[in-house]
Design a binder for this molecule. Structure first.
Ligand SMILES: Cc1ncc(COP(=O)(O)O)c(C=O)c1O
Length: 442
């Protein structure tokens, strides 16, 4: 762990490691090879360079704030593994915890003590969590929470917010208009209601129209996949109050798969001081191991099989390796004021970029909460999914490749959140500011 006050280093910044001419020959060969075996060459479409063009990079190892590819190129990482790498990559204490656990048996398929320990850790941080179940991904967590909400309320409708991403299960991808997929029966979307993010009046109208029918209101408390969009002041509280006023049996579900342990130790619910009925977790909670979890009010969680009638199961759920990694991650996150450091570091990046953007009168929006942030090529601040259509994908694609060639690895997407880690140094940020400003100046 390091000291938390961020300062600009006055010394000359060494960019040579990052900026030496790059070749991607081995990556290119491997990309052609992998495409013969794996659809599109990726195990998750987010990783593909479809939006930005060019050839994906094959990575070999990662350490702290850096990624290293198979051609020997080094990058400052702003992908953060799409969220989990809040402590950077290959943290020695997390590796040790994983090694200790794996030696004792990597999956029992039966209860063990580490499950209790991680559950207690989470409950010590999130006061909305009275009972929790571990699963293996954010998708699974949200899918299971929705089933639980439907089983508990005996209602079918789920109300969601256009442009929020909740994983790839049928119910949430069927949100008409956004993120839709072939292969989902039309009937799924019949039970999904969509309203715009950051708009209480539309929510009020929908809650009133469908009174008595909605099982849950499901939200990303900070949107992360249409640009990072903070909720407007009092918006989350406003949703809770509308539910209580119009239809109090509706469950309020926070999808904190990305925000949990990222924007604050206690997630967005601590950051904005709003208590949901159920919360979904993933990403940072596993310290880099695959994880998901959902939890909340005990009376709701007790509807789960084997004590209740809502079924959900998983061979690898709560396995000791993931639990050990999660426990050590929370220990480290609790140890020092990690969030103050992350906030200062991200602010440092934003302060300098803001000056540059204003000086050059660029149509770019900088949006962030804590260490999740977006550089959006749009003429005005992005507040919802409609606004996000203004984001210029082509301008982002050019920018993405310019900074990639100078050693910054961002999500290959004009809308998905970039993430900083506790392993990033102020020097990393200074280099990044230079690279980004140069790229914007071209
Ligand atoms: C808010 C949110 N919910 C759910 C998911 C799905 O999680 P996973 O990719 O682990 O299935 C994601 C993933 O990006 C997410 O950002």
């Amino acid at each position: 762990m390091k000291i938390f006050l961020v300062q600009f280093a006055s010394k000359e910044i060494k960019m040579s490691n990052l900026t030496k001419p790059r070749s991607y020959n081995i990556s290119q060969q491997l990309v052609s090879e992998i495409k013969q075996f794996i659809p599109g060459g990726v195990n998750s479409p987010f990783r593909s360079f479809n939006e930005v063009g060019g050839t994906e990079i094959f990575f070999e190892h990662a350490n702290g704030s850096y990624l290293f590819d198979v051609d020997g190129n080094k990058y400052i990482d702003y992908l953060g593994s799409w969220g989990p790498a809040i402590l950077g990559h290959s943290h020695p204490q997390i590796i040790k915890a994983i090694e200790n656990a794996v030696r004792k048996g990597n999956v029992f398929g039966a209860p063990h003590k580490l499950e209790i320990e991680l559950a207690k850790q989470i409950m010590s941080i999130f006061n909305s969590i009275e009972s929790i179940r571990f699963v293996n991904s954010g998708t699974e967590a949200v899918m299971s929470a929705i089933r639980l909400a439907r089983g508990y309320t005996k209602r079918d409708y789920i109300l969601m917010f256009a442009g929020c991403y909740h994983g790839h299960s049928d119910s949430v991808l069927s949100s008409r208009g956004h993120s839709s997929s072939a292969g989902i029966p039309e009937s799924f979307s019949e039970n999904t209601l969509l309203v715009p993010f950051n708009d209480l009046q539309s929510l009020k109208d929908c809650l009133t129209t469908f009174k008595g029918k909605i099982a849950a209101v499901l939200i990303e408390p900070i949107a992360g996949s249409m640009g990072v969009i903070p909720p407007q002041p009092e918006y989350l509280l406003g949703i809770k109050q509308l539910i209580q006023k119009i239809d109090p049996e509706i469950l309020f579900i926070f999808d904190e798969v990305l925000t949990g342990l990222r924007v604050a130790l206690g997630g967005a619910q601590a950051f904005y001081d709003v208590k949901p009925d159920l919360t979904c977790f993933g990403k940072a909670l596993g310290g880099g191991m695959p994880i998901g979890a959902y939890g909340g009010r005990k009376d709701i969680m007790d509807y789960l099989d084997p004590i209740g009638k809502v079924y959900q199961a998983g061979t690898f759920s709560g396995n000791p390796v993931t639990m050990a990694s999660g426990i050590e991650t929370i220990n480290l996150l609790k140890e020092k004021n990690v969030y103050q450091y992350l906030d200062q570091l991200t602010q440092m990046l934003f302060d300098e970029l803001t000056i540059f953007i204003r000086k050059h009168n660029l149509e770019i929006q900088l949006q962030r909460v804590g260490s999740m942030f977006s550089i959006l090529f749009a003429p005005k601040p992005i507040l919802n999914y409609e606004d996000s259509k203004l984001i210029k994908g082509k301008a982002f694609a050019q920018f993405f490749h310019r900074i990639l060639d100078q050693g910054l690895y961002f999500p290959p997407s004009s809308v998905d959140a970039a993430c900083l880690s506790h392993a990033h140094s102020s020097e990393d940020i200074e280099i990044s500011i230079k690279v980004i400003c140069q790229a914007l100046n071209q």
